[in-house]
Design a protein around this ligand. Structure first.
Ligand SMILES: NC(=O)c1ccc[n+]([C@@H]2O[C@H](COP(=O)([O-])OP(=O)(O)OC[C@H]3O[C@@H](n4cnc5c(N)ncnc54)[C@H](O)[C@@H]3O)[C@@H](O)[C@H]2O)c1
Length: 453
């Protein structure tokens, strides 16, 4: 299929569906009673969250799982046993067991939750195997070329690659999307967000537990300490932009009437992980000698073609309570998530005084949350994990484009290699590639326009 036809298929159809909530797509509609045959590659801690959510659904038939770690597979099998569902076929034994799985099993949709460096290979491998729905954990790839390769592969196979960016579905984030769409903040001017999360105990642990208890990483680390920390040793840039940029991109219709033009990143000095090792394990601990390349706080500015500015921050190596630091500001007012406040000129209780966000967020609660809030109870990250899996499965079941597509995934995730490039070049401003090939001018917003998925 030609690029233009593909874009039409993945953009316009979805727009038509999303903008027409009465188009007969309500969950449970008998037309969609087919089961989706699914598989998971990577049943580590994140994969197990997805596993739990997939097992709860009657419209999913989990046919296979794959991992290389006996411990992680053991944990996954326990979850499956407890669910009472049939044990799927388990693929393991070497780094490429997933290729055998893709070849042998009939799979409609696959979820990938492995270390970042595997995503591109596994996404393209799944597409090559004929799978039409690929849900990958954040990030899409490592290099800029990886991102292009995934976009080209999705286009070649007319398949759907959705990055499972759960923060897009956070309840406050979605209520604010509702407010943005109803014009409460006026025309948007400036947005902020990021990943501001003390990951010292995730990047360094004792090899037994996932959080803290030691200073090991790499071969001796468990879960993310096994692989993620090496990115902090070897790379310097915004290594995890999508939780911040996903919601922001939806607010200002990136790739759908708007696009990022360029970015510029600054990286601070590097102290946090070394200090943590010295404090936790002593100055003579072998890892106290490790030189981490990643700056403790990486700040990125992005300019958009419609004139908005964005400030993104990556801050994972210092003591700090969790916050993604959202700020959504327009000609009529703003939301700031750190202070949990909103101000809307002419509508807030007092002139020039913040309102507590609660009454606004309750009033503008998104229809999806109103409908599925109960189902989401108990799902990870305050319930938002339910929605991202729900959306992916519903798209596969109905054979519709995913609400977040390969262009969104590539554009958000490409911030990492671009930011590394900017830092490397002495904070030079670098241009954003246009993964849509100019189609951003014609594509329509499709994300979460109704209470369906
Ligand atoms: N969206 C979120 O909120 C969120 C939260 C946590 C993690 N994540 C993302 O999820 C992904 C996985 O992170 P995690 O925390 O589960 O890490 P993890 O280390 O706990 O799990 C990764 C799993 O992948 C397996 N694996 C590695 N190479 C493999 C291969 N070749 N074949 C099969 N399996 C292989 C590992 O054995 C491990 O079980 C990452 O992309 C991470 O950024 C997202």
């Amino acid at each position: 299929m030609k690029r233009k036809t593909f874009l039409k298929a993945t953009g316009i159809t979805a727009a038509a569906v999303a903008l027409n909530p009465s188009s007969g797509l309500a969950a449970g509609n008998t037309a969609y009673d087919n089961k989706v045959k699914m598989a998971i590659i990577g049943t580590g801690l994140r994969g197990q969250n997805h596993l739990d959510l997939l097992l709860r659904r009657d419209d999913v038939d989990l046919v296979a799982i794959c991992d290389i770690s006996d411990r992680m597979l053991g944990m996954a099998k326990e979850i499956i046993d407890k669910s009472g569902k049939k044990m799927p076929q388990v693929y393991t034994g070497n780094d490429y067991a997933w290729e055998k799985m893709l070849k042998e099993k009939q799979i409609d949709a696959v979820v990938i939750a492995t270390p970042w460096e595997w995503h591109k290979l596994m996404i393209i491998g799944s597409l090559d195997a004929g799978i039409k729905y690929v849900g990958t954990e954040v990030m899409l790839g490592i290099t800029l070329q990886d991102h292009w390769d995934v976009v080209k592969a999705a286009e070649k196979y007319n398949a759907h690659v959705m990055m499972l960016e759960n923060v897009c579905y956070r309840r406050d984030v979605m209520a604010v999307l509702n407010m943005v769409r109803q014009g409460l903040f006026g025309e948007l001017i400036h947005l902020q967000g990021g990943y501001q999360h003390d990951l010292r105990g995730v990047k360094l642990n004792n090899g037994v537990q996932p959080y803290g208890g030691g200073c090991e990483f790499g071969e001796k680390g468990f879960s993310e300490a096994h692989w993620r920390t090496l990115h902090s040793v070897n790379r310097n840039g915004d290594l995890y932009p999508t939780h911040g940029i996903g919601p922001i991109a939806n607010y200002i219709n990136i790739n759908r009437g708007n696009r990022f033009i360029n970015l510029c990143s600054f990286s601070s000095k590097t102290r946090g992980l070394h200090d943590y090792i010295v404090k936790t394990c002593g100055p003579d601990s072998p890892n106290a000698k490790v030189q981490f390349k990643l700056g403790d706080v990486v700040t990125t500015s992005i300019k958009c073609v419609n004139g908005e500015t964005i400030l993104l921050q990556h801050d994972t190596s210092l003591p700090r309570p969790y916050s993604l630091g959202f700020r959504v500001q327009g000609t009529g007012g703003l939301w700031m998530d750190v202070s949990k406040t909103i101000y809307v000129e002419g509508k807030s209780a007092k002139h020039d005084v913040w309102d507590d966000q609660k009454s606004w967020l309750d009033k503008y609660d998104h229809p999806l949350w109103k409908k599925y809030g109960e189902d989401a109870k108990g799902a990870g990250h305050g319930g938002m994990d339910f929605f991202v899996i729900h959306s992916f499965v519903e798209s596969a079941k109905r054979k519709l484009p995913t609400a977040l597509d390969v262009y969104d995934a590539a554009t958000w995730s490409a911030i990492t290699p671009l930011s590394e490039q900017s830092v490397e070049l002495g904070n030079e401003t670098v241009d954003f590639p246009d993964f849509t090939g100019g189609q951003w001018m014609y594509r329509k917003p499709v994300f979460a326009f109704n209470d369906d998925f």
